[in-house]
Design a binder for this molecule. Structure first.
Ligand code: OFO
Length: 171
């Protein structure tokens, strides 16, 4: 049976992963209506991936004898200045998620729940990758220029990145 503190921490993380999914979904919708189909595809796929992360936590907690709960979520922002603004917010959010996962990991160590700690390793590695992807995208945006021509190029790049995305391994 999973310890109460670990169960609580994982339930809080389930909420954060679901929020991430909704945040990226909202951003994808903004990109879609503003003519950035590549960025939209990339963010729709990212929203899907976050949902997979949420499910991974849900199944794990239930399998360990806990009970996963889905709770009310706050409304994500829906007004954005431009693509730069969106990806700056994505990177900031991913940094927040990394911190949150580290905190869950700390709870597992304090509770001597090494199985859950081991489970969390996958997410720790995943966060390295996600932060690096988002900061590379931001670097490219700054490189091509934060103007219409630059956004046109970056949208093409994001289209290619969305098409080349590996299938999510968060089963
Ligand atoms: Fe973007 O990360 Fe989930 O965990």
């Amino acid at each position: 049976m999973i310890k109460a503190k670990v169960e609580k921490a994982i339930n809080e993380q389930i909420k954060k992963e679901e929020y991430s999914s909704r945040l990226y979904l909202q951003m994808a919708s903004w990109c879609e209506v503003n003519g950035f189909s590549g960025a939209a595809n990339f963010l729709y796929a990212q929203a899907e991936e976050e949902r997979e992360h949420m499910l991974k936590f849900i199944h794990y907690l239930n399998d360990r004898g806990g009970y996963s709960k889905v709770v009310e979520l706050e409304q994500p922002p829906y007004e954005f200045k431009n693509i730069t603004d969106i990806f700056e917010q994505v990177l900031k959010h991913e940094e927040f998620i990394t911190q949150a996962i580290n905190e869950v990991y700390e709870v597992t160590l304090n509770e001597k729940d090494y199985t859950s700690g081991n489970f969390l390793q996958w997410f720790i590695n995943e966060q390295i990758e996600e932060e690096s992807t988002m900061s590379t995208i931001l670097d490219k945006i700054h490189l091509v220029g934060d103007d219409k021509a630059g956004y046109f190029h970056i949208d093409k790049e994001l289209e290619a990145m969305a098409a080349a995305r590996p299938e999510t391994s968060a089963e």
